[in-house]
Design a protein around this ligand. Structure first.
Ligand SMILES: NC(=O)c1ccc[n+]([C@@H]2O[C@H](COP(=O)([O-])OP(=O)(O)OC[C@H]3O[C@@H](n4cnc5c(N)ncnc54)[C@H](O)[C@@H]3O)[C@@H](O)[C@H]2O)c1
Length: 239
C-alpha cells in the first residue's frame, strides 16, 4: 500500500493515462477524486468521479472546497488532463485552437496547482505530478501549441518545486513518449508508426507503465525528489 489513505486528485481521469493512474492509486490504498470534463464510469470503492473542466478556475475551487471540507487535506495532485488538439505549425494553427489547447494543457495545470497548493501548505506536505510530454522537452515539426503548452508545464513544475519546497510540497513532471490510449488511437497511424520506429525499445508504452512512474513520484518513496522530469518514453529522446 504505497499511498495508504492518501487523498488524491487525478485530472483527465475518465480515460487513458489518468484513468489507469486513478485506478492504480486506489489499489495502493488512496482515496481518489477522479476529475474529468467527460463523464467518468460509476464511482467505485475508492474512486469518486467528479466533472471538472481544468480550464475553469471556479470549478477547481468547488472541487477543492468539497474535498478539503470532507477530509481536511489534499495529499496528491496529478494534473493529467490534456490533448494534442492540432498538428499544425505555428504559422498555420487557427488562433482559437491555439488558445483552447493552452487553456487546458498549460493554464489547467496552473489552475490546479493554484487551487491545491494553499491546502497543501496548511498541512505542510503534498506531492504534485504534472503531465508534460517528451514533446515538452524536445522540438518536433508541427504540433506547435501542444509543444508550447507541454514545455510550459516542464518549467512551471520547476518553478513550483523551488517556490514551495520549504512548505514540504514536492512538484515533479512526467514525460511520456508514445503511449497507447484513446488519444493516440485517434491520431494518424503513420505518426504513431514513425514514433515507434524512433523508439529504441521498439514499441508504444502502456498507460499502466506511465501510472507506475506517477505512483513513484506521488509516493513517499520519492521523498527527496522535487523539480525532476521523469521521462517514460522507451528511449525516444535519448538520441
Ligand atoms: N498518449 C500519449 O502518447 C501521451 C504522450 C505524452 C503525454 N500525454 C499526455 O497524457 C495526458 C493524458 O493523455 P491520454 O493519452 O491518456 O489521453 P486520453 O484522451 O485517453 O485522456 C485524456 C483525458 O483528459 C480529459 N480532458 C481533456 N480536456 C479536459 C479538460 N479541459 N478538463 C478536464 N479533463 C479534460 C479527456 O476528457 C480525457 O478523459 C495528456 O495530458 C496528454 O497530453 C499522452
Amino acid at each position: 500500500m504505497r499511498l495508504a489513505d492518501k487523498i488524491c486528485i487525478v485530472t483527465g481521469a475518465a480515460s487513458g493515462i489518468g484513468r489507469a493512474t486513478a485506478e492504480r492509486f486506489a489499489r495502493e490504498g488512496a482515496l481518489v477524486y477522479a476529475a474529468d470534463i467527460a463523464a467518468g464510469p460509476r464511482d467505485e470503492d475508492r474512486v469518486f468521479h467528479r466533472k471538472l473542466d481544468v480550464s475553469d478556475l471556479p470549478a477547481w475551487a468547488g472541487l477543492v472546497e468539497e474535498i478539503d471540507g470532507r477530509h481536511g487535506r489534499v495529499d496528491v495532485l496529478f494534473n493529467c488532463a490534456g490533448f494534442v488538439g492540432s498538428y499544425d505549425s505555428l504559422t498555420e494553427i487557427p488562433l482559437d485552437v491555439w488558445h483552447r489547447i493552452v487553456a487546458t494543457n498549460q493554464t489547467g495545470v496552473f489552475y490546479g496547482m493554484r487551487s491545491v497548493i494553499p491546502v497543501m501548505r496548511r498541512a505542510g506536505a503534498g506531492a504534485i505530478v504534472n503531465m508534460s510530454s517528451a514533446w515538452g522537452l524536445i522540438g518536433s515539426a508541427g504540433v506547435a501549441a501542444y509543444q508550447a503548452s507541454k514545455g510550459a508545464v516542464t518549467v512551471m513544475t520547476k518553478n513550483a518545486a523551488i517556490s514551495y519546497a520549504a512548505d514540504g510540497i514536492r512538484v515533479n513532471s512526467v514525460h511520456p513518449g508514445l503511449i497507447t490510449t484513446p488519444m493516440t488511437d485517434a491520431q494518424d497511424p503513420e505518426i504513431s508508426a514513425e514514433l515507434v520506429r524512433q523508439t529504441p525499445l521498439g514499441r508504444a508504452g502502456s498507460a499502466a507503465e506511465v501510472a507506475n512512474a506517477v505512483l513513484f513520484l506521488a509516493s513517499d518513496e520519492a521523498s527527496f525528489i522535487t523539480g525532476a522530469q521523469l521521462v517514460v518514453d522507451g528511449g525516444l529522446i535519448v538520441h
